[in-house]
Ligand binder design. Structure first.
Ligand code: C2E
Ligand code: CA
Ligand code: CA
Length: 559
């Protein structure tokens, strides 16, 4: 029984016999084939192929030193220099005493002299070498992730860097993450989660066997793959994804893959992986297996945006944000007269200079920072209205932009009341511009919000009208005080009949709603006159003035 067990155990192991002489190969094979699975190679070059293909499963190599093509010494050197191959013990076959010493120096585990001793002796030597090597695998295991057999993070980077130092060839970095892995664990249990990770680990094993390179698992469900640059990565990945999908056999498990494909810019391993990780992270909302390549331009943009986000608080406290004012002129009388102004924010960044709102408004809308900025701008604008009242003895109403995100803040009205209250203004002096597209997000909520603001005395201007998709039906239900036509219709009004007619229709709608029409983005006299002719009430645009700092705006008031 014991013997049977031993034999069974032995059978799982495989040995490669490398010898150019057929008879010798077969003799050795015959001595060992009852205990081990035997592979043969007749020269060093063929042997190396087999070793690379079976680097994870080979237990031992028996190597003749003198062979054509690649001789045993050279092969031994290659094996010992390769981080992934060197764990495989090598026994050399030799007929001379001198060769024994040299081969042991090169790192052979043992030697067998020709002509062969008794089979028992050979089996003992083979068994002993394997045992010793497996003992040292325990050390090797500290380098490995026990679940998948891939490297752990620490050794992955260590060996990867060594690989770079030795070879200095272009390398690609790939980061693979399992989508919603915590859900898999929670829903199906840890054992199942482990099984999935093992499957993925195996697929990565196979991938790396094909391409060369190293792989690791780091964290619970993240894998890193470091491979020589792929010329046709799309093809390789498509193959890999097909394989993994098949492996998962209909289970609803998907992965995301971020790839840094070497483009020749000098980067070390860690930088390559930073890029791959970032790309992978961007795919985190996907439900299907997807991959994407790192894009340097996008990265620069994202870094810039991250900078703006992290600089924002400080910018607020240091008053780097300045509010500019663009006048709105009433054109219903003989001469245009200033009726109000729109407050438009600019960021004077200590490093980037003037940053326009186009660069940061939607960014801040996406992460909620817009609340703070808008509140700041509203307050500045309200303070300015107060100041001008004191200086000129009359109110110049200013409209502020209210982001679509603000509209969903249940405290919006309270905040605005504070802003006007603190600056001693009645609410009708601070006009509120709300973009039309906000109205379509959640119609009822916005109608309620706006109704409430109006009940509190605020005046509402619907901004960018014509751009969103308000239904005519909804428009009549909407409580608003002015319509502001989207700039893009004004741009071509003089030479595009359709735009001209559209503007006409929008003005009609405003008549129907009994509210004045504001046209913004008016740049030329022709545009202004055309708009006047078809009944537009108020004009804002470069034709009259660009947005100006408060002190320059004062010159317009004084004139
Ligand atoms: P908007 O509310 O539609 O503002 C009008 C934009 O058109 C402004 O761009 C203004 O400078 C520009 N403009 C005015 N007249 C002309 C013209 O004749 N020709 C051209 N080509 N452009 C003209 P700006 O200041 O870059 O602001 C862009 C957008 O950023 C604004 O669009 C608004 O949606 C947003 N924004 C600006 N300040 C704030 C703010 O304090 N809070 C919020 N939430 N959004 C703001
Ligand atoms: Ca506006
Ligand atoms: Ca607008």
């Amino acid at each position: 029984m014991q013997e049977l067990l031993e034999r069974k155990k032995g059978l799982h192991r495989s040995i490669l016999i490398v010898d150019d002489e057929f008879v010798e190969r077969e003799m050795l094979g015959a001595m060992l084939s009852d205990l081990y699975e035997i592979k043969f190679a007749e020269n060093g070059a063929l042997a190396l192929d087999i070793i690379r293909q079976n680097k994870l499963t080979l237990s031992l190599i028996i190597l003749d030193l003198y062979m054509p093509e690649l001789d045993g010494y050279s092969l031994l050197k290659i094996i010992r220099a390769d981080v992934e191959l060197r764990r495989i013990p090598v026994i050399v076959l030799t007929a001379e005493k001198g060769a024994e010493v040299k081969s042991l120096q090169l790192g052979a585990a043992d030697f067998i002299t020709k002509p062969y001793d008794a089979p028992d002796v050979i089996r003992a030597r083979v068994g002993h070498s394997i045992e010793l090597a497996e003992g040292s695998i325990i050390i090797h295991e500290t380098e490995r992730d026990s679940l998948t057999g891939l490297f752990n993070r620490e050794f992955f980077f260590e060996y990867g860097k060594r690989l770079d130092a030795q070879n200095n060839i272009p390398m690609d970095a790939i980061v693979l993450d399992v989508n919603r892995f915590h859900m898999i664990n929670e829903l199906y249990g840890r054992a199942y989660g482990d099984l999935i990770l093992k499957k993925i680990g195996n697929s990565i094993h196979e991938f790396v066997c094909r391409t060369g390179g190293l792989a690791a698992r780091s964290g619970s469900n993240t894998f890193g793959i470091y491979i020589p640059h792929l010329d046709n990565p799309n093809e390789e990945l498509a193959k890999y994804i097909a394989a993994i999908n098949e492996d998962m056999g209909g289970q609803k498990i998907s992965v995301r893959i971020g790839i840094y494909s070497d483009d020749g810019t000098p980067k070390d391993m860690e930088q390559r992986f930073d890029c791959a990780r970032l790309t992978c992270r961007k795919l985190r909302n996907s439900y299907e297996t997807t991959y994407d390549f790192y894009n340097a331009e996008l990265h620069v943009k994202e870094l810039h945006e991250e900078r703006l986000i992290s600089d924002m608080d400080r910018a607020l406290s240091e008053k780097q944000f300045k509010v500019f004012y663009q006048p709105k002129y009433s054109i219903t009388g003989d001469k245009p007269v200033i009726t109000s102004a729109e407050a438009l924010v600019r960021w004077f960044h200590p490093e980037f200079g003037m940053v326009s709102p186009g660069q940061f408004i939607s960014l801040f809308e996406n992460n909620g920072l817009i609340h703070k900025l808008d509140r700041y701008v509203w307050n500045e604008a309200a303070a300015q209205i107060r100041l001008w009242k004191e200086k000129y003895g009359k109110y110049i109403p200013v409209s502020v932009n209210v982001s679509r995100v603000d509209v969903f803040n249940p405290k919006l009205c309270e905040i605005l009341n504070d802003v006007t209250g603190i600056n001693g203004l009645s609410n009708d002096k601070l006009l509120l511009e709300i973009t039309e597209s906000a109205y379509t997000d959640n119609a009822q909520q916005i109608i309620d919000t706006i109704q409430n603001l109006r009940n509190n005395g605020f005046k509402i201007e619907m901004d960018d009208f014509g751009c969103g998709y308000s239904s005519l039906n909804m428009l009549t239900a909407l409580p608003i005080d002015a319509l502001k036509l989207d700039m893009k219709f004004i741009r071509n009004i003089c030479n595009d009949k359709k735009d001209y007619r559209l503007v006409g229709i929008m003005i009609e709608i405003a008549r129907l709603l009994e509210v004045p029409v504001i046209a913004e983005g008016v740049e030329t006299k022709e545009q202004m006159e055309l708009l006047k002719a078809i009944g537009c009430d108020i004009i804002q645009g470069y034709y009259f003035s660009k947005p100006l700092p408060a002190d320059e705006f004062e010159k317009l008031i004084e004139a």
